[in-house]
Design a protein around this ligand. Structure first.
Ligand code: CO
Length: 134
């Protein structure tokens, strides 16, 4: 069911410094920062030949990643995103197998303008997984 690894997301304390690290030190292609107020994050995407790295920083007072940054002040890996063909079908299959979808269980429009869901980390080896309809 799951397809390509769409991105690995890293929460960072300083988005500009993180972008500089990937651009200047690692020599990768790095996007401009984009605010996503409905998700409480600002994102920068690093384009790699086979996948992307999503650099995330909290936006607003009740950002869902604020606590994560407090626990990991130097930054840390936050989630993996796998592509699926049909998000509704994927959600039905996974909930049918007892997995929990975060929030109200309904797909939301994610950072690429495509529907996404997040799965409870306790149901997936301690890893927060985002599924994105490709
Ligand atoms: Co993501």
């Amino acid at each position: 069911m799951i397809g390509k690894l769409n991105h690995v997301a890293i929460v960072v304390p300083d988005l500009a410094a993180a972008g500089d690290l990937y651009r200047d030190t690692f020599g990768a292609r790095v996007s401009a920062a984009v605010d996503l107020p409905e998700h409480g994050v600002t994102t920068v995407f690093v384009e790699l030949p086979n996948t992307k790295i999503e650099l995330l920083h909290p936006l607003g007072a009740d950002s869902p990643i604020q606590k994560f940054l407090q626990k990991h002040p130097t930054g840390g890996i936050h989630h993996l995103c796998y592509e699926v063909d049909d998000i509704e079908q994927a959600a039905r299959r996974l909930t049918g197998k007892g997995m929990r979808i975060l929030g109200d269980g309904k797909p939301k429009i994610g950072a690429h303008g495509k529907p996404v869901i997040f799965l409870h980390p306790a149901d997936a080896l301690g890893t927060l997984i985002e599924l994105e309809q490709a």
